[in-house]
Design a protein around this ligand. Structure first.
Ligand code: SF4
Length: 380
């Protein structure tokens, strides 16, 4: 018998009625999954054995198979297999701080980077993921399963905090495989689950959609007023250079059109936008381009995040030097724009930004990115 996902609320309600369960039973199940991070019905000891068995027969909590986990000091990368045999990745990032008095390194917060698609067809030249091509859009259940599984993993790895609550994911970012706006219907549902207090209960600031942006879903996103933060992949404030860096869409969705839409978003919501900028040596890191970037973001509710380029197979690019990044930062800040430089995490495990799919791509023939945003060949 095919099992329903536990996120299929209609199926769960039908199950409740069929078995004449009180509504509080459903709340108990959710508490086990979203507060106690249990991913096996057998471990839900607040429920009777009979109910656990019935749930087991009809539902699944995780709609993915874990193929591998690759660890380094700061990250855990999960390779998940979908029921139709595709493999995609999510990354847990552990942020530590050093206690001043004892000099002890303590876990401060945990971020999960999730995928919305298997592969990608946007073709950013600094990213290895598009070289897999786009295999498929992930379903709501497949995206949510990444979060549920990762929370259980964190619980087993780190246990309880001093306040007796479990360590858990504090931030979820759509920065894994894929362009979330190209799988917007599923991403939208996921965002509601992530922020609804009946489920994950994360605040608006703790869920971020990162996008290179395709304009049509933006209109819908504005209308929906999703309770999430927005990060925009800028990479260059110069139109011509952006077309080179993000070749599939930048030509069609120009900086001018994008900023008209982004301004509409900030005017309507009052939210700040985080702009992501991968720093590539001798490509987009010059003083002149820093001024172009500063001028573009000046006066807007913006925060610029500079990301040193992460090395990839078969991509002939280098990361900017520390000195160059510092100069770029100083110039943009002189326009009154706050700038941070992202800490490099997960390079050893090939789980850093732009490296997802590394193992799949290594040694394979490299495709050329498709330049038509309406292409439906399913290969690019
Ligand atoms: S950076 Fe993101 S949007 Fe660009 S190719 Fe990689 S996965 Fe796709």
């Amino acid at each position: 018998m095919t099992k329903h996902s536990i996120f299929d609320t209609q199926a769960l309600e039908a199950f409740r009625k069929e078995h004449k369960l009180q509504p509080y039973r459903i709340r108990q199940i959710y508490k086990e999954i979203f507060h106690n991070f249990v991913i096996d019905f057998k471990e839900m000891t607040a429920l009777s054995k009979d109910l656990r068995n019935k749930l087991e027969e009809s539902f699944e909590i995780i709609s993915l198979e874990v193929e591998d986990v690759i660890e380094d000091d700061e990250t855990s990368k999960f390779l998940f297999k979908t029921a139709d045999g595709n493999v995609m990745e999510s990354v847990l990032m552990y942020h530590f701080h050093t206690e001043q008095r004892t000099l002890e390194k303590k876990l401060n917060r945990i971020t999960l980077c999730i995928s919305s698609q298997v592969g990608c067809n946007v073709g950013c030249i600094f990213c290895v993921t598009w070289k897999m091509g786009l295999k498929k859009n992930l379903t709501r259940e497949e995206i949510l399963s990444q979060v549920v599984y990762a929370n259980n993993y964190v619980k087993n790895k780190y246990g309880k905090k001093v306040d007796n609550t479990w360590y858990s994911i504090r931030n979820v970012v759509f920065m894994g495989m894929g362009e979330p706006m190209l799988n917007y219907p599923a991403v939208k549902k996921v965002c509601w689950f992530l922020t609804d207090t009946n489920y994950f209960g994360l605040s608006r600031k703790r869920v971020t959609i990162s996008t290179s942006w395709v304009l049509p879903p933006l209109k819908q996103f504005l209308a929906d007023d999703l309770p999430v933060s927005l990060a925009f992949s800028l990479h260059s404030a110069d139109q011509k250079l952006r077309e080179e860096l993000v070749p599939t869409i930048a030509k069609y969705y120009t900086i001018e059109k994008l900023f008209a839409a982004l301004d509409e978003y900030t005017d309507k919501t009052g939210n700040k936008i985080f702009y992501e900028y991968v720093m590539i040596k001798d490509k987009n890191d010059s003083r002149e381009l820093a001024h172009t970037c500063g001028k573009l973001l000046q006066g807007r509710p913006a925060h610029l995040n500079l990301i040193p380029y992460n090395q990839n197979p078969a991509i002939d690019l280098e990361e900017s030097t520390e000195a160059r990044i510092k100069k770029f930062k100083d110039v943009v800040e002189s326009y009154g724009v706050p700038v941070t430089v992202r800490q490099n995490m997960g390079r050893k495990a090939k789980s850093a930004c732009g490296q997802l799919g590394y193992e799949k791509v290594q040694g394979k023939i490299i495709q050329k990115p498709c330049v038509d945003p309406n292409c439906d060949c399913k290969k690019c």
